[in-house]
Write a protein that binds this ligand. Structure first.
Ligand SMILES: C[S@@+](CC[C@H](N)C(=O)[O-])C[C@H]1O[C@@H](n2cnc3c(N)ncnc32)[C@H](O)[C@@H]1O
Length: 493
């Protein structure tokens, strides 16, 4: 905390990396009320003060001030502080804390109207934060569910407050009517849901489709359903990858659950849109493109900052994990699945022929990756060759090569689309793998820094994130070392 006499940090205990971020943002934020790790500054409450209390604010009658209510409410705990407004709309793997993004945008010194890009926007933490700071946000993600969540997080906050309840009633009312339409990807879904549960999925989707509500409200309802699908299905809900379980809960209790969840979401939207109005926040424009960050057509020009968390080198199975939602909501067809998987950076599905091609590229270093990166990959390969390993581990050198080459391509796109000297923040984690008989570290953060440096980016600071509070709780064992790489984009040639 700096020399400024009258400022106060947020109430939960900050980890070391958050204190670094707090120091950075305090130095550069053009508007101190936007600070992420401060509850007050110069005697004035920050927006974050109110966000941290958001989950405790019940819907108060029209005339009363929500701000006054917040001021007499104790602060929320850490997890509440990470889920204000629509940040908690839908779970997403690899989602990061909004405060990380906000503090980085403050570090970048962005003012309203600045153009912010996130090429791996996921569930839209960056785009929502940028929009809350009245910036123009552009997000890219190859996972169609991610794009839907990211878009809806902002669009839902723009829905007219007075119409939220009637819209909810309209959808619930439509659910009383029988479903007559076609479920997308029905044959596939029938293998994963008990028949009654699948009929209910169809009924809910049919009701949403028929209800006379704006698209953003329909999407809120679709995502409310999506968040429940795994629990309604025959997929083991606790596993990221696909495991079957013998039974699922019966449809009678599920209908009530959907309605209750929709009501909770709508109540929280009502509080959210009022809070924004009372705080005088006008949301910046957001565009989210469902597409591949390696392609220049998915980017926009003249961006002022980039804040992102890319997939990990040994990636999470994004499409696999979200597949029931993707197919039930009709966001992709079953036949598109393998192309979609293959286009995900860091994916682990690879065919023999693809591996042979990648091995060749690795031997020649066709992508021109930094020598140290190639050396690490080759070391893993020779250890594995020496001991003879299964196909998954045999594939690893080619997959790592592809991952780093892909990330190099994305960094090139970033260099093209950012203004020179723009702040680039990449939240990334190293991972471990067995190579031969030894556990070796995949030095992703170093590799990305070296790759970026070859492309003309300058490293400003690297902030290690380690700490007691799991940043990605389900990955605590596999991703031990998260880092925030803070770079500056290259001068234009
Ligand atoms: C760590 S997650 C980002 C999470 C995000 N920061 C959030 O708060 O929700 C990485 C994202 O990269 C996306 N991705 C993977 N390959 C991609 C590609 N080729 N183009 C664009 N996005 C891709 C995945 O779908 C995933 O959503």
């Amino acid at each position: 905390l700096s020399s400024v006499p009258d400022c106060e940090r947020v109430a939960y205990r900050l980890q070391a990396f958050e204190r670094r971020l707090a120091a950075r943002e305090e130095r550069s934020a053009p508007q101190k009320k936007q600070l992420a790790f401060f509850a007050r500054y110069d005697g004035t409450r920050t927006n974050q003060f109110y966000f941290d209390r958001f989950v405790r604010l019940t819907d108060v009658p029209g005339g009363q001030s929500l701000l006054a209510l917040a001021e007499s409410t104790p602060d929320g705990h850490r997890s509440a502080a990470h889920n204000y407004l629509t940040h908690g709309l839908h779970a997403y793997k690899g989602k990061y804390f909004p405060q990380v993004v906000r503090s980085l945008l403050n570090s970048a010194g962005v003012a309203p109207g600045a153009r912010i890009v996130d090429p791996f926007v996921g569930s839209g933490t960056t785009s929502l934060e940028a929009s809350l700071m009245s910036c123009t946000a552009h997000g890219i993600d190859q996972n169609p569910l991610a794009a839907l969540i990211a878009r809806t997080k902002v669009a839902a906050l723009r829905l007219p407050n007075a119409e939220l309840r009637p819209m909810e009633a309209e959808i619930v009312g439509e659910m009383k009517r029988a479903y007559k339409g076609d479920l997308p990807n029905e044959a596939y879904l029938a293998r994963w849901f008990p028949p009654d549960n699948l009929r209910l999925v169809g009924r809910v989707l049919g009701a949403i489709e028929r209800a006379a509500v704006p698209q953003a409200m329909a999407d809120v309802a679709r995502l409310t359903l999506s968040a429940l699908l795994r629990a309604w299905s025959l997929q083991e809900p606790t596993q990221l990858r696909i495991f079957r379980r013998p039974t699922a809960p019966d449809a009678a209790s599920l209908r009530a659950r959907f309605v209750a969840d929709l009501q909770t979401t709508v109540a929280s939207l009502r509080v959210g849109s009022r809070l924004l109005r009372e705080l005088g926040i006008s949301l910046g424009e957001v565009s989210v493109l469902e597409g591949d960050a390696r392609e220049s057509a998915t980017w926009i020009a003249d961006c002022d900052a980039l804040v992102t968390s890319p997939p990990y080198a040994t990636a999470l199975p994004y499409i696999d994990t979200d597949r029931l939602s993707i197919y039930a909501l009709g966001l992709a067809e079953i036949g598109e699945r393998s192309d979609l998987e293959w286009s995900m950076i860091g994916n682990r599905e690879i065919r023999k022929r693809q591996r042979a091609e990648l091995e060749e590229q690795l031997d020649e270093n066709a992508a021109g990756l930094p020598g140290a990166v190639i050396k690490d990959i080759l070391a893993i390969r020779s250890r594995n060759q020496a001991t003879g390993v299964g196909f998954r581990r045999e594939n690893l050198p080619s997959l790592l090569y592809r991952y780093f080459a892909d990330m190099q391509t994305v960094l090139r796109r970033a260099a093209e689309s950012l203004k020179p000297g723009a702040l680039v923040a990449i939240v990334v984690g190293d991972s471990f793998t067995m190579a031969g008989t030894k556990r070796v570290r995949i030095r992703t953060a170093d590799a990305l820094c070296e790759t970026a440096s070859n492309l003309g980016f300058k490293t400003d600071e690297r902030i290690a994130m380690g700490g007691q509070v799991g940043y990605l709780p389900h990955q605590r064992n596999t991703i031990p070392a998260e880092e925030i790489l803070i770079l500056r984009s290259p001068k234009r040639p």
